[in-house]
Design a protein around this ligand. Structure first.
Ligand SMILES: CC(=O)[C@@H](O)[C@H](O)COP(=O)(O)O
Ligand SMILES: NCC(=O)COP(=O)(O)O
Length: 238
């Protein structure tokens, strides 16, 4: 069974809705670890819509498992990662106007830049994972730039509208996983995974870590609401 990296971005999304101090993703990370998270994932987006620089700095000091920093392949992010030294970095594509990450990284389309960033991070002992679609050419490009890991983008699988498409997408993930492992890469996966669709991906041979966020934070909000209301009644003196 793969390990679970809990992505805490959307705790920060709730905080940023009011630009206040709660809920704090640092506290969420501690609680996630108490719940059994094997790692903590945070995506420092260029537009800082959820996770902030302060969060990443504090997570580096407080995370007891491992910290996976997701970031765009930019000079600004490279400098931050070299300074903070997460346990590993996942390079992801970013578009300012997107609601969430829409596809995998096009390594082939920017091989010199990705290669340079992988080299600089790995020379500083920070292993790099590349968030890509399960496409043979992108997997080969990940090998070429000597990344240690790939993270297979499970968005298309998660969003499949019918069982046939879901099976096709799962088969592509399985093939990609096999190709990558045969080429010496370590394989993670994530994006859009839920309590209902995670099992077949977790069962793929050789899968090392699943990075999961939105569905866990969504569930946490719902399973916590009764207690939160009870505590407010107590605070009111009821
Ligand atoms: C790359 C990735 O899949 C995660 O970063 C996830 O998308 C959470 O961040 P967003 O919801 O901001 O895309
Ligand atoms: N890289 C995927 C990730 O960190 C979590 O994605 P999601 O579960 O929030 O869609």
């Amino acid at each position: 069974m793969p390990t679970l990296g809990v992505n805490i971005d959307h705790i920060a999304t709730i905080r940023q809705a009011r630009r206040t101090i709660e809920p704090d993703p640092i506290v969420a990370a501690v609680l996630a670890e108490l719940g059994g998270a094997d790692g903590i994932t945070a995506h420092l987006r260029e537009d800082r819509r959820h996770i902030q620089d302060r969060d990443v700095r504090l997570l580096r000091q407080t995370v007891r498992t491992h910290l996976n920093l997701e970031m765009a392949a930019t000079d600004e992010m490279l400098a931050i990662a070299l300074d903070i030294k997460p346990d590993y970095v996942t390079l992801v594509p970013e578009k300012r106007e997107e609601i969430t990450t829409e596809g995998g990284l096009d390594i082939l389309g920017q091989i010199a830049r990705i290669g340079m960033i992988v080299d600089k991070l790995q020379n500083a002992n920070i292993p790099v994972s590349l968030f890509i679609d399960a496409e043979p050419a992108q997997i080969a490009a990940a090998v070429k730039v000597q990344a240690k890991f790939i993270e297979l983008h499970t968005g298309k699988y998660a969003e499949a509208k019918d069982e046939t498409t879901r099976h096709q997408e799962l088969a592509l993930l399985a093939k990609g996983c096999e190709q990558a492992i045969a080429a010496g890469l370590r394989v993670n996966a994530g994006h859009g995974l839920t309590y209902w669709n995670v099992f077949p991906v977790a069962a793929l041979p050789g899968m090392e870590e699943l990075n999961i966020g939105h569905t866990i934070i969504s569930r946490a909000a719902l399973v916590g609401i009764e207690r939160a209301v009870r505590e407010m009644k107590q605070a009111m003196g009821a």
